[in-house]
Design a protein around this ligand. Structure first.
Ligand code: FPP
Length: 260
């Protein structure tokens, strides 16, 4: 698909979000409250990932994007970072067959140059194996940062200009073609679990007109019912994209008349 920008064209809106982006927060606190080591929360977090992807596929969500490891997560204790890397590898190895069998395409976005050869090869294999699947695209953001993404897109444009001697076109949509997730529509719904209310350098560009949903539920407890609450909240929003309520109303009446 070609990327269309919500600041250029008003996107079609449906009751179920087409693209859900999630910051899976609260794993550490979930574990600490149970007197378990923090990493036990990450292990349970993988179960919540599986359940959420399944539920999203059943509800007709086409894109799910999960923030698994941010460019700032390297600041955590070394043992926790190593554990997260091992968990990522084992989850990928274990789940890829199931994802493929269920028609799910896997993509990984972020600065993967920081990962070792084994992880990079595994990502490559998983992406290639699932490349033709169309039911749902699951994107894992790993060593991802919204600022990194905007900078890498800018560097690509500058490199192209220098190579061709022609200044690159810089506008909303041509710029966004170089972002890591140019293959996906902008998220309709952003969910953050764990009670914090911030973006934490996630998809800075793409969240321009996304609806935000924050819940106190810790990520390991985020289940199908919690997802349904988020989707119901989304379904009750009026997405104006800069327009007035009256304009939105008359647009949807026009669409209803056309579909009769
Ligand atoms: C935030 O919780 C969570 C993370 C930084 C890691 C998320 C990773 C997973 C859910 C598992 C791996 C995922 C995949 C896709 C295989 P936190 O540790 O900041 O929790 P806290 O705020 O309670 O300390």
């Amino acid at each position: 698909m070609t990327y269309t920008s919500s600041t250029v064209t008003v996107p079609d809106v449906a009751a179920v979000p087409r693209h859900v982006a999630i910051i899976m927060d609260g794993n550490g606190r979930w574990a600490t409250e149970r007197r378990l080591p923090r990493v036990a929360g990450h292990t349970r977090g993988v179960d919540a990932v599986r359940a959420t992807v399944e539920s999203c596929a059943l509800r007709g969500v086409e894109f799910v994007t999960l923030f698994a490891f941010s460019s700032e997560n390297w600041r955590r204790p070394t043992e926790e970072v190593s554990f997260l890397m091992r968990l990522f590898v084992s989850a990928l190895e274990r789940e890829i067959g199931k994802l493929h069998a269920n028609g799910i395409r896997l993509r990984v976005v972020g600065d993967t140059s920081m990962f070792n050869d084994r992880i990079r090869a595994l990502i490559q294999r998983a992406e290639t194996k699932t490349a033709r699947n169309t039911r749902l695209t699951l994107t894992i953001a790993a060593n991802y940062g919204g600022r990194w993404d905007i900078m890498q897109a800018t560097k690509t444009l500058i490199a192209q200009s220098l190579e061709t001697g022609v200044p690159a076109r810089v506008d909303d949509e041509s710029f966004a073609q170089h972002l890591a997730m140019a293959y996906a529509p902008e998220p309709d719904l952003f969910i953050r679990t764990g009670g914090e209310q911030r973006i934490s350098n996630f998809l800075l560009w793409q969240l321009a007109y996304t609806e935000f949903y924050f819940t106190d539920t810790y990520w390991p407890d985020f289940d199908a019912a919690a997802l349904d609450r988020a989707i119901a909240s989304y379904g009750g929003r009026e997405r104006r994209f800069g327009r007035t309520s009256a304009q939105v109303e008359s647009q949807s009446q026009k669409a209803d008349t056309l579909s009769c």
